[in-house]
Ligand binder design. Structure first.
Ligand code: AP5
Ligand code: MG
Length: 226
């Protein structure tokens, strides 16, 4: 039986976590768990959780740890996560990382293996990426007005649905999200480095090149077995 594997993607807002997670979920056969997507789904459905998260998300602040941690553990306790999962956007604070460490240490059976992939992208590129992001309202496919423009204006290249801009991608909100990232999330790089499970990848290349670098680094980390 396959060992339980947890992969997590670190990186600033717009670094390409969602873009790479969609590919890695397929290549690694792991469910893609994005806390941002889970909150946006709660917002769309008008749940109490979504309403509590709304103000924080719209202003580019982090949702309080207790809400995020409860939502995350509820999601990863489902059967599709029994053999592992791919985290996108969690953890984002030291208390979230510690909650995950503790849950994994206390889980039944052998402790799951964990690898943290940090997508490193410079702030100026982050602003360009977030500013041009287009997300399909139907299937969640991510495109970009400059780097991956739709062939038909406003239409998703994957399913033909309507492409929309995320409300937290307004320039002033992106600035705040970046500041929050540097203050609260960037220190997690040190947390995973000190545990010897950090993989840093230059995230500035094209999506295919970044994906190749990630998969090669994973293969190397696992001792060369493809
Ligand atoms: P979340 O949805 O996680 O947003 P984020 O971390 O700010 O990250 P993004 O989704 O903006 O960027 P990404 O790295 O996924 O980039 P993408 O692949 O889309 O969180 C939203 C909010 O929810 C937070 O602000 C917070 O309020 C709350 N929240 C979520 N998790 C939380 C937590 N754990 N704790 C507390 N609060 C939490 O790419 C961006 C664009 O660039 C796209 O248009 C894409 O096409 C393009 N692109 C990507 N890669 C490349 C490339 N290599 N070359 C060219 N273009 C590229
Ligand atoms: Mg994302």
């Amino acid at each position: 039986m396959k060992d339980k594997t947890i992969l997590l993607l670190l990186g600033a807002p717009g670094a390409g976590k969602g873009t790479q997670a969609k590919r890695l979920a397929v290549s690694e056969a792991l469910p893609h768990v994005s806390t941002g997507d889970l909150f946006r789904e709660n917002l769309r459905q008008g749940t109490p959780l979504g309403e509590r998260a709304r103000g924080f998300m719209e202003s580019g602040q982090l949702v309080p740890d207790d809400l995020v941690i409860e939502m995350l553990f509820d999601r990863v306790s489902r059967p599709d996560c029994a053999l592992g999962y791919l985290l996108d956007g969690f953890p984002r604070t030291l208390p979230q990382a510690q909650a995950l460490d503790q849950a994994l240490a206390e889980s039944a059976g052998p402790e799951p293996s964990i690898l943290a992939i940090d997508l490193v992208v410079d702030d100026a590129m982050i602003v360009r990426r977030a500013g041009g992001r287009l997300v399909c309202a139907s299937c969640g496919h991510i495109q970009h007005s400059e780097f991956d423009p739709p062939r038909i204006a406003g239409k998703c290249g994957s399913c033909g649905g309507a492409l929309a801009t995320r409300s937290d991608d307004l320039p002033e909100v992106v600035k705040d999200r970046l500041a929050v990232y540097h203050r609260q999330t960037a220190p997690l790089v040190g947390h995973y480095q000190s545990r010897g499970v950090l993989i840093q990848i230059d995230g500035e290349g094209a999506p295919d090149a970044v994906f190749k670098a990630v998969t090669e680094a994973l293969t190397e980390r696992r001792g060369g077995a493809a």
